[in-house]
Design a binder for this molecule. Structure first.
Ligand SMILES: C[S@@+](CC[C@H](N)C(=O)[O-])C[C@H]1O[C@@H](n2cnc3c(N)ncnc32)[C@H](O)[C@@H]1O
Length: 309
């Protein structure tokens, strides 16, 4: 775990320097503050989750504490400095706040939800079935933006497309038909506490300016989403709850990384049972962004494949 904090301090997600500074502070506190180190190691030991997910979750929990317990929704200049983060973290790890913080870290999963991640799955669907009314399920849908957004015809941001004749861009722009789009998650995306959690999860500090756009989007797709959501664990619902051999496609977007190897294999295997005979699984961990960290990038990378995601 400490090695992953060190790695992400150097190469923070999205190149976000504020997260990098926070992780540098965690690394230092891990060496100097035995109480903090022990508490964090206990949580890590109790949770059966990949280390990358735990480290990822750590910053989300910090952000949740800042937004909703300390009621501070921005990151002034000083948060580029890891010493400032040490002060902040010490405050958050104490007393009642510490209990909340470690409670979140012990129980929750990262709930980051990004509609743009569905651009790739949309391209696959429209390439395969330009004229079919599709029955789809999105396992681990988070805030359930994906299928309700696609059904409502919400547009995607531009992507960097290196595929022949910018095929992916054309597929992304083509409308597709729907019969049903069912989101599944173990958290209820419409529970106010989960909305707060999703807000804390869905932005790097450098992206906070996009929050209003995100909230507006949520408002637009909420009604459809509520009608097309099932609460539950993917594994249990696959054996009892979701209809077998019904779906044209099962989408797993940024969810497999949260699972152990065994769970991952079971989900990928089990999802096959939900598919029609010509159905497909679309698994994406993670959607790849360009160097500047802004746009998704699509390119030919493997001979024999039309494109890779
Ligand atoms: C990082 S979010 C991704 C949300 C959305 N698919 C996207 O790409 O924007 C992962 C979601 O998977 C859900 N999840 C993880 N494991 C799950 C499981 N075993 N059963 C149901 N949901 C699960 C989490 O609750 C979380 O909301």
């Amino acid at each position: 775990m400490w090695a992953e904090f060190a790695h992400q301090a150097e190469f923070p997600p999205g190149g976000d320097e504020v997260i990098g500074a926070c992780y540098r502070a965690v690394e230092r506190m891990g060496k100097r503050n035995k109480g903090f180190a022990r508490r964090l190691e206990l949580v890590a030991g109790d949770r059966d989750m990949p280390t990358k997910h735990l480290v990822n979750l750590f910053f989300r929990a910090v952000q949740y504490m800042r937004f909703f317990e300390r009621e501070e929704v921005d990151y002034p200049e000083r948060f580029f400095d890891s010493r400032e983060w040490e002060k902040e973290l010490r405050l958050m790890m104490n007393g009642k706040m510490g209990e909340s913080f470690f409670g979140i870290l012990s129980q929750r999963d990262t709930g980051t939800t990004v509609y743009q991640r569905y651009a790739g799955p949309k391209a696959v669907l429209s390439a395969l079935w330009p004229n079919r009314k599709l029955t789809l399920t999105d396992l681990g849908c988070g805030g359930n933006h994906g299928l309700p957004g696609l059904i409502a015809g919400e547009r995607f941001k531009p992507v960097v497309d290196h595929t022949p004749e910018t095929a992916v861009t054309k597929w992304i722009e083509k409308p597709i038909g729907f019969r049903l789009g069912l989101g599944v998650d173990k958290y209820d995306p419409y529970d106010p506490e989960m909305i707060n959690w999703r807000i804390a999860c869905s932005f790097y500090p450098s992206e906070l300016a996009e929050m209003n756009e995100f909230l507006e989007f949520e408002k637009r797709v909420r009604k459809k989403g509520k009608e097309m959501f099932v609460l539950g664990d993917i594994m249990s619902l696959m054996s009892d709850g979701l209809t077998v051999r019904k779906y044209d496609a099962v989408i797993l977007s940024t969810v497999l990384y949260q699972m152990s190897e065994t769970e991952r294999a079971a989900v990928l295997d089990g999802a096959v049972g939900l598919l029609k005979t010509d159905g497909v699984e679309i698994a994406q961990d993670f959607a790849r962004k360009g160097e500047e960290g802004k746009s998704l990038v699509f390119e030919m990378s493997r001979p024999g494949f039309i494109f890779s995601l």
